[in-house]
Write a protein that binds this ligand. Sequence first.
Ligand SMILES: [Zn+2]
Length: 61
Amino acid sequence: MRACKNCKFVVITSKECPLCGGRELTEHFSGIVVILDTNSEVAKLLNITKPGAYALRIKKH
Ligand SMILES: [Zn+2]
């Protein structure tokens, strides 16, 4: 699995983020949050507007 560095969307095999079209995907992330309801507190906190799986933290190096 990889996470988009731009929007944190998690993809399984894709080389491109289906959400923002970003090509910077990283395997170095920790934690996954699955957002089903974009009106939930968590979604608002993370600025998520589309349901899906998102990385909680992306490691920078
Ligand atoms: Zn993205």
